[in-house]
Design a protein around this ligand. Structure first.
Ligand SMILES: Cc1cc2nc3c(=O)[nH]c(=O)nc-3n(C[C@H](O)[C@H](O)[C@H](O)COP(=O)(O)O)c2cc1C
Length: 196
């Protein structure tokens, strides 16, 4: 088989979700993050809208992000049902990462491009980053959950109005080799061919 085909197949199928509790805590050079971001910018869009916007949390920014997430999740630390374990987990999660990238979508004003297309394009940009991070030997993870799509997260990323937050992309040095991937069913169960 053509070598680049087989390399691409390896990269696509071996990329995995690697979460912060499986990182070493080591910080990588910003230059690697810039390489990852460069690949995001090659994602396709309808009408060159290029709607991806990224907010990079590094160094003390990681603690700032954790603090923001924990307080957004549980604003009232004096509440009777305040869960300190949950609060600390959210607050500490970014600290084990090297960098965390806030994923934003900047809504354009081209009436031909519906919001769903902009969201699709941002997802393609994230996939590019994920594949690049994996190829550079880094662990990465797209996290969403309840907080990800809130206006507060959007504002925290410096966006506003019709823009959106689409979650966080955690990056770190993996502590162990990638886990084996799994899919619940084969691609053949998800495809129909129409030939006539
Ligand atoms: C848009 C998107 C959002 C995700 N959000 C979460 C999440 O909030 N929590 C989580 O555990 N995994 C999340 N994941 C990761 C998936 O759980 C993971 O990709 C899936 O289990 C497949 O594993 P793999 O990436 O190793 O192939 C998300 C993935 C995508 C694409």
């Amino acid at each position: 088989m053509n070598e680049s085909v087989s390399q691409l197949q390896q990269i696509l199928s071996n990329r995995r979700t690697v979460k912060p509790d499986h990182y070493t805590g080591e910080k990588v050079n910003d230059a690697l993050i810039r390489q990852i971001l460069e690949m995001a910018n090659w994602a396709p869009t309808h009408g060159y809208t290029e709607p991806w916007r990224f907010t990079i949390f590094a160094e003390d920014g990681l603690a700032r992000l954790g603090d923001f997430m924990a307080r957004l999740d549980q604003p009232d630390q004096d509440a009777e049902d305040f869960n300190s374990t949950r609060f600390d987990r959210l607050r500490n999660r970014p600290l084990n990462c090297s960098h965390v990238i806030g994923i934003g979508m900047k809504r354009g004003n081209n009436p031909k491009v519906p919001e769903v297309e902009e969201i699709c394009s941002v997802a393609m940009a994230v996939q590019n980053m994920w594949l690049m991070a994996h190829t550079l030997g880094l662990g990465a993870y797209w996290s969403t959950g309840e907080l990800a799509f809130t206006d507060e997260m959007r504002d925290f990323f410096g966006l506003s109005g019709e823009d959106r937050s689409l979650g966080l992309f955690y990056i770190g040095k993996p502590a162990s080799p990638n886990p084996k991937g799994r899919r619940l069913s084969s691609i053949h169960d998800k495809v129909s061919w129409i030939r006539a």
